[in-house]
Design a protein around this ligand. Structure first.
Ligand SMILES: *Cc1c(COP(=O)(O)O)cnc(C)c1O
Length: 359
């Protein structure tokens, strides 16, 4: 077997034990003579998996009872539409423009109401975040939308504003890596494929009072209330991603839960930012120091030629996925929950060697 350290931004590495377990039970799930993804989603074996995933999600993230947890198709991208369609509905909302993903959410929301930009990182090339205390919402704002971690830009909110509107937060690339203060949030959503499981499922966690006021003239799939009333089984749910997500959640619990995940994230980030900061400027992290992401660590080398060489040499040593997003260039190490600290250590060691050889 040859498992490499996979620094891909998403889909991304998953805990090895989860993949092995799925492989071992895939063909004949619990002696039933078929795989879980071949059976009706209305059967008890699937129902058990589905409901356990919801319960484990609630337990690990300490999600209060007045929030519903939904599993939906369409990725986080469909939520860029469903959120304004359900909640904005012709009204006014505030968005923070912090990078590629926030800007996509803004573009979609503009079709459904008035969007105020509460913070615009454009002048700083989306490499900064505001002081949360400086973020204000406009009068009558239905919500403040925040992208907690910009996966491409490599910036992450360390703390969230306290405003007179619920925060609706895209946590696609850092959910399950730290605690969530639910008193600030009305909706938290994410695509599963960065910190939770494979692609194909979005998780939407929505507060009951917001759910109760969502638009009433939507077609079935686009209506949060329909999904909530059926525990996300109004139609066929994305059974395979939910099955794998369930395994990841059990793995998180076995590692010690959310605080253990936060500690591991700190350890990985310290190693790699350490390699950058101790390189006498060979590596340069272009983002504001207080906004550095613990999930997606971006850095530049002295030239694009050296960057290409770095990525190629790392790949030859079993460290893949280090090329930055095509829109920004440079290098990016995505270090989600399932990346072992040894992977971050291997990368940091390689970075030091490469810098010594090529400075
Ligand atoms: C990946 C990503 C998305 C898009 O997710 P899809 O599931 O591909 O639609 C949205 N927001 C953020 C922050 C992401 O990292």
């Amino acid at each position: 077997m040859n498992r490499i350290f996979n620094f891909s931004a998403g889909p991304c590495t998953l805990p090895l034990s989860c993949i092995e377990e799925a492989a071992s039970e895939f063909v004949d799930y619990q002696g039933l003579g078929m795989s879980l993804i071949e059976m009706s989603h209305r059967t008890k074996p699937y129902d058990d998996v589905h409901m356990a995933a919801i319960a484990d999600m609630r337990e690990i993230l300490e999600i209060p009872e007045n929030f519903k947890i939904l599993f939906l198709g369409g990725g986080a991208t469909l939520q860029f539409t469903m959120i304004p369609m359900n909640i904005l509905n012709g009204g006014t909302a505030d968005y923070t423009a912090t990078g590629t993903w926030a800007n996509k959410a803004i573009a979609d929301a503009k079709k459904f109401g008035t969007i105020n930009i509460a913070f615009d990182g454009k002048e700083d090339k989306f490499m900064t975040l505001p002081n949360p205390a400086d973020v204000k919402v406009s009068e009558g704002s239905k919500y403040l939308h925040i992208t907690s971690n910009e996966t491409i830009g490599g910036i992450q909110w360390q703390d969230f504003p306290e405003v007179d509107a619920p925060i609706v937060c895209d946590m696609s690339s850092d959910i399950m890596s730290r605690r969530i203060d639910w008193s600030k949030f009305g909706v938290v959503y994410c695509g599963a494929q960065k910190n939770l499981g494979p692609a194909g499922c979005a998780v939407v966690i929505i507060r009951d009072d917001i759910l109760a006021e969502t638009s009433t003239d939507l077609t079935a799939y686009l209506d949060y209330k329909i999904h909530a009333s059926k525990d996300s089984m109004y139609n066929t749910p994305p059974v395979f991603p939910i099955y794998m997500l369930g395994k990841t959640l059990k793995w998180v619990k076995a590692q010690g839960g959310i605080d253990a995940m936060a500690k591991l994230a700190d350890a990985r980030a310290e190693l790699i930012y350490g390699a950058i900061d101790n390189s006498n400027g060979f590596y340069n992290c272009p983002v504001q120091e207080s906004a550095r992401s613990k999930m997606n660590i971006v850095f530049r080398l002295p030239s694009e030629e050296l960057e290409a060489q770095f990525v190629a040499e790392a790949a030859a040593l079993g460290m893949s996925g280090l090329k930055g997003h095509r829109s920004v260039g440079g290098c990016r190490a995505s270090v989600y929950n399932a990346m072992p600290v040894e992977g971050a250590k291997a990368l940091a060691d390689f970075m030091a060697e490469f810098a010594a050889k090529n400075s």
